[in-house]
Write a protein that binds this ligand. Sequence first.
Ligand SMILES: NS(=O)(=O)c1ccc(C(=O)NCc2c(F)c(F)c(F)c(F)c2F)cc1
Ligand SMILES: [Zn+2]
Length: 260
Amino acid sequence: AEPNSLRCLPVHPLWQSPLTIPGGTRQSPINIQWRDSVYDPVLKPLKVSYDPTTCLHIWNNGYSFLVEFDDSADRSIIVGGPLENQYRLKQFHFHWGAINEWGSEHTVDSKFYPAELHLVHWNAVVYPTFEEAVMEGDGLAVIGVFLKLGAHHEGLQTLVDALPAIKHKDTIIEFDVFDPSCLLPSCPDYWTYAGSLTTPPLTESVTWIIKKQPIEVDENQLEAFRMLLFTSDGEEEKRMVDNFRPLQPLMDRTVRSSFQ
Ligand SMILES: NS(=O)(=O)c1ccc(C(=O)NCc2c(F)c(F)c(F)c(F)c2F)cc1
Ligand SMILES: [Zn+2]
């Protein structure tokens, strides 16, 4: 049975389109049932090496806010974990709710977190461009980090301070030095599974790496996300909240864990 938190979830206008793509067998997000995940001793630790000077800008794309990086060379990369190649960081963004009861895309044992960070990387070893990688089964690797309500997060505050300047859709400001490693939890443990983009075109090209340990952020920082707008300047204001996709069926997939 659906947890009662799901029952009162609004079907957001964003998702009037089909919730799963026809023929989709590896759609995201999913619920991670901890006891059904399988420890895989072959999984390596994930190695993350980001160069903070590859940071370019922060912008509101009308769906989330994202920080984009210069991915013209292998300067901010991840390697190891479930990955056969190294992957280049292209951008990170978040998904969040109108209230703290929900907001994450993935759930753990049907529990929602108030928000979820996605660090998006692409396989530049095999594919010439991000656009091509997005269409391939091993094209992307996205690190998912849950945000929970708790202590103030120093590193996140740098982002939060920039949000008023990108309140409206299609606003952008320069953001020249930021090291996204400060948004990763200290614990190396993760789950991994084969999935998809969670926004159109929903292509089944993502190796998901979901960190077990959430990071803590405070109420003011979550509220700052909720003051962003889906709408452009001059349009009737719509607060940017509940920008997460509904859970998708696991189908014939196993979630592996890097920990016992
Ligand atoms: N929430 S998530 O699963 O982590 C996710 C990650 C990245 C994108 C994305 O890059 N979208 C724009 C985008 C495309 F969707 C393309 F298909 C493409 F070719 C692009 F170049 C492109 F920027 C969408 C969702
Ligand atoms: Zn995302």
